[in-house]
Design a protein around this ligand. Structure first.
Ligand code: FES
Length: 116
């Protein structure tokens, strides 16, 4: 038995049609650190806080450490190399006044998507 082809409307509304890429399941994203993916030569760190999913540039703007390896303090990830903090909701560092890129996320069922 074959699966019926998706209609044009279904394709237009799919996450992929809107520029998202499937990166993980919700269960794969830890709560005590991030989950790193590489999309289109970008390292993206995905975080789960209070069951919501956020994505920021995985490379710390200070000296390039992987932020997904940092530890979490509520909505902030603390860089494992020198301790700069970044709010995963905005990419901003409330302490150091700089920011890093954020990426739009989307969850459908158990599937986590990111728009790189
Ligand atoms: S590399 Fe992240 S704070 Fe220095």
């Amino acid at each position: 038995m074959t699966t019926p082809a998706k209609t044009e409307n279904e394709l237009a509304l799919s996450p992929e049609a809107r520029g998202f890429q499937h990166v993980a399941t919700v269960e794969e994203i830890p709560t005590d650190r991030g989950f790193r993916v590489k999309i289109e030569n970008k390292y993206i760190a995905i975080f789960k806080v209070d069951q919501k999913i956020y994505a920021i540039n995985a490379l710390c703007p200070h000296a390039g450490a992987f932020l997904d390896m940092g530890y979490m303090d509520k909505h902030s990830v603390i860089c494992p190399m020198h301790g700069w903090d970044f709010d995963v909701r905005s990419g901003e560092s409330p302490t150091y006044g700089i920011s890093t890129s954020c990426y739009e996320t989307f969850v459908e069922g158990d599937a986590v998507y990111v728009k790189p």
